[in-house]
Design a protein. Structure first.
Length: 475
């Protein structure tokens, strides 16, 4: 089975969220599971510099308005055969999708239409390898299914994965002629979304199958406002929507070997973990002797992530004896509010505004609790890393968080999961955390439960293979 896996991010070269991690880990797992897989990526500089054995398949003098565009084939580390749409005019920029001020690049509709077209025309330029399935992710790949539908003759099947339905790639209908989508496709059952062209919607409308990254999120996006306006549309396709939980890269995220973890440890040597907590407290300018559970946040700070709920609950959390460290960036009012809190309680709360991969690893290895009160969470990776590192996740019961964290009130608990969508519900769960923390031996039991579960990609990869097989069988 030949699969062309298309993505606009790949860790460690380009990553704005979970998609980058998934693109780095799922394809190798699929290859291991027997799929003949190749990648298609945009020619961002860091990807290009890591591409080896490069050959040019075709040069386009002008491609979607950009000059000097080439389709390249090469290999990325891990021996991944990779096609690249090399288009400096599109990719040679500081941000993948947005500029320094967080504004969408004005030519995003061209950039990602070009990328999708390269995916669907690839078979014309590499005659030796024709995909059976083209698998794309998110709105950036949304035009792949309609472009395939527009082709005559035999063509590959398409699978679209939603990593986050909140990002839909919406553009005015005036762009239609320039991206080669005919008016007949601009309908409510097609690419139209409230008088805009929706790239994600177009992908969902014409894909042979839709996946998302957890079974609960798959249900939520059809039944609730978590569908961001697409819920009724998705409900009409419910027999072709599947939720598959993401795995994690268990080589990168392994507390026994992680170069960013000062004191290595595993589930059998949990006591060693305490040294990481000490050095972490020091890194955050808190006393290494600080008592009480150390809560940590590693996240984008946006409305979706729900950290305003945590902020409201902070007085209670501090009163119970907890401490907080935060690494993240995003909404300015939230950044400011947490920074203000750290100034008010300088020996209990410490905040780093920014993105720091190394520090994130150290935090997972030293914090007691990782907080994720998300309003919606397609899958979430941070709670999976947390459990693997023996930091117990404290999550809101939604999406992938509901599917992966077993709450303290159940057998085999691996963390804490509260229901409800307000700060009161979050606060009401706090005593359970402190009680567990203060019960000798019990906390370690929970950590062991969490650390010994299987978080790898082998099982998710097998589920994708079964899905591909099903899609290929369907008429
Ligand atoms: P999302 O993709 O919605 O941002 P996920 O939990 O799926 O959330 O993935 C977030 C990824 O980004 C994780 O790998 C996490 O460790 C990383 N991350 C988020 N914020 C930061 C940060 N400030 N510094 C370092 N890593 C971060």
């Amino acid at each position: 089975m030949r699969v062309l896996f298309c993505s606009t991010e790949i860790y460690p070269y380009v990553k704005t969220g979970g998609l980058g991690d998934v693109t780095a880990a799922l394809p190798p797992a699929l290859i291991k599971a027997g799929v003949d897989l190749r990648l298609l990526l945009p020619g961002f500089e860091k990807i290009l510099t890591n591409l080896k054995n490069v050959e040019t398949l075709v040069e386009f003098p002008v491609y979607f308005g950009a000059e000097g565009v080439r389709l390249l084939k090469g290999t990325l580390p891990g021996n991944l055969t990779t096609y690249i749409l090399d288009a400096p005019a599109f990719w040679d920029r500081t941000g993948a999708y947005v500029d320094q001020d967080g504004k969408d690049w004005p030519d995003n509709h061209y950039r990602f239409a070009a990328f999708c077209r390269a995916a669907t025309d690839l078979a014309e330029y590499d005659r030796d390898w024709q995909p059976d399935i083209i698998h794309g992710s998110d709105w950036q790949c949304g035009l792949i299914p309609p472009y395939i539908k527009l082709k005559s003759g035999p063509h590959p099947k398409t699978v679209m994965t939603i990593h986050n339905i909140a990002y839909q790639g919406l553009f005015p209908p005036t762009i239609l002629p320039s991206i080669g989508i005919p008016g007949e496709m601009y309908t409510i059952a097609g690419a139209e979304f409230y008088d805009k062209v929706g790239y994600l919607k177009a992908g969902l409308a014409y894909a042979d199958h839709i996946t998302t990254v957890s079974p609960t999120y798959a249900r939520e996006i059809q039944d609730t406002d978590q569908g961001c306006g697409l819920q009724d549309f998705l409900k009409t396709k419910s027999d072709r929507i599947t939720g598959i939980i993401n795995g994690i890269d268990t080589d990168v995220w392994n507390p026994k070997t992680d170069p960013d973890v000062p004191q290595k440890y595993d589930a059998k040597h949990l006591k060693d973990r305490a040294k990481n907590k000490k050095s972490l407290l020091e890194k955050f300018n808190l006393s290494p002797e600080t008592k009480g559970p150390l809560f940590a946040v590693i996240s984008r700070l946006g409305y979706q992530k729900g950290f305003d709920l945590l902020l409201s609950a902070m007085p209670h959390l501090l009163e119970l004896g907890g401490n907080l460290i935060l690494l993240g960036s995003g909404d300015k009012p939230l950044e400011d509010a947490f920074t203000h809190l750290s100034r008010t309680y300088p020996d209990r709360v410490s905040v780093r505004i920014g993105y720091d991969e190394t520090l994130a690893h150290h935090m997972q290895a030293g914090a007691d609790v990782i907080v994720m009160p998300s309003r919606s969470e397609p899958c979430g990776l941070v709670q999976l890393y947390a459990m693997r590192y023996g930091a117990l996740p404290f999550v809101r019961k939604t999406g992938g968080l509901a599917d992966t964290v077993i709450d303290i009130q159940n057998a085999g608990a691996t963390g804490f999961a509260f229901e409800g969508d307000d700060a009161f519900s979050l606060e009401a769960h706090l005593p359970l955390i402190f009680e567990a923390y203060n019960t000798p031996g019990f906390w370690a039991e929970l950590q062991k439960n969490a650390m010994t579960r299987d978080y790898g990609w082998d099982d998710p990869a097998r589920q994708y293979v079964r899905l591909y097989e099903r899609v290929l069988k369907e008429a």
